[in-house]
Design a binder for this molecule. Sequence first.
Ligand code: CA2
Length: 152
Amino acid sequence: MRARKGNAVKTVFVINGPNLNLLGKREPSIYGGKDLEAISKDCLQAGEDLGLMVDFRQSNHEGVLVDWLHEAGEQAAGVVINPAGYGHTSIALHDAIKAIAPLPVIEVHLSNIHAREPFRHHTMTSPAVVGMICGLGPTGYILALRALADRI
Ligand code: CA2
């Protein structure tokens, strides 16, 4: 059966970076109307459909995100990460993703970062991940989970 080895259901972390806790409350024209709680529910349901246990988290703190990537390296079969603003700046997140290789990590952005301000066009994290999805809103998370399920 896909995404299962033996009878153990594999866990994937879905990690969300700074300000994503504000989703649904502000800037709906950019990020849509869904809040993070609703995205979490959709991810948990998608995980159930794919035979994956989804551990969905959000932090506004770079070091916490690094710690969670390390934890994923010990405990998870893959990671979906929306690094939010830290994706554009954080060598520490890049290094943490590299450090847990070959664990597959997929980067997601709700908005099309390439259609926005030039400072959003580059992410420090994208060279370290297996793939990146942007501009598809919350569907990007579900597509990333499907891609992980195919790989693990
Ligand atoms: O499009 C994405 O998912 C982003 O990762 C969202 C980040 C942004 O810095 C990235 O460039 C692209 C922002 C997180 C959400 O920020 C909010 C700010 C105000 C209201 C709601 C969300």
